[in-house]
Design a binder for this molecule. Structure first.
Ligand code: MG
Length: 218
């Protein structure tokens, strides 16, 4: 079936920043230290242990949001910690990305589905030099009971778009969090990755500019 809408993940898909992710980790460690009185070394050990466990469950790069839930930080606390980080210190406007998205917007509906809070999402979108209005609907963790890879947010976005799942392309960098649940609900999938590939990906691209070119020539 013809593609009518593209749903984008944010982190790792529209941008990559180790520095920003590290700053989130710093804030989460600070919060954990305050909350539990444990040493940084202790916290780091537990983080690594949980990361390994999640890798064992098929999450190649487990997101911080997933790890914190297992160390006793609530979602609200986590988002409060990362919302305090100024994304502009770590991200620059990306005119190529902006141009590619604006181009695609002429032909397809564009939407976003992210496990970040609304505040952090809007900060990041702005830091990248994009207009949040380009994504409609824009669903963040602030509007969800459960984040990806739970099917709930995917069902919500399918309903909001009011389209057949098979006419919606989920674009993400995580096979386990973005592609697998989308595929299960009948959506099409595009993996954004430099190296990784997956049998769950209908399309494999290195970045959004390449996605634009492939979709336009289909
Ligand atoms: Mg991602």
């Amino acid at each position: 079936m013809e593609i009518k809408a593209l749903v984008f993940d944010l982190e790792g898909t529209l941008y990559n920043s180790r520095e920003l992710a590290n700053e989130w980790r710093v804030q989460v460690f600070k919060l954990l230290k305050e909350k539990t009185g444990r040493s940084e070394e202790d916290i780091l050990k537990e983080f690594l242990k949980i990361t390994e466990e999640l890798r064992g469950q098929g999450f190649r790069r487990p997101p911080v949001s997933m790890i914190v839930e297992k160390v006793g930080i609530t979602r609200e606390e986590f988002y409060k910690a990362i919302d305090s980080v100024d994304a502009k210190k770590f991200l620059k406007p990306d005119p190529e990305l902006k141009q590619a998205l604006e181009h695609m917007k002429k032909r397809w509906k564009l939407a976003m589905l992210t496990n970040l809070s609304r505040k952090s999402t809007l900060n990041i979108i702005e830091a990248l030099g994009l207009e949040p209005e380009i994504f409609n609907p824009l669903i963040t963790a602030s509007e969800m009971e459960k984040g990806k890879p739970d099917p709930e947010p995917f069902k919500k976005i399918i309903e909001d778009l009011d389209l057949e799942p098979s006419s919606i392309l989920m674009v993400g960098d995580s096979v386990s969090s973005d592609l697998a649940p989308a595929k299960k609900l009948g959506m099409k999938t595009a993996l954004v990755s430099e190296k990784e590939s997956s049998p769950l990906a209908d399309i494999k691209v290195k970045n959004i500019v390449e996605l634009k070119e492939i979709l336009e020539n289909k």
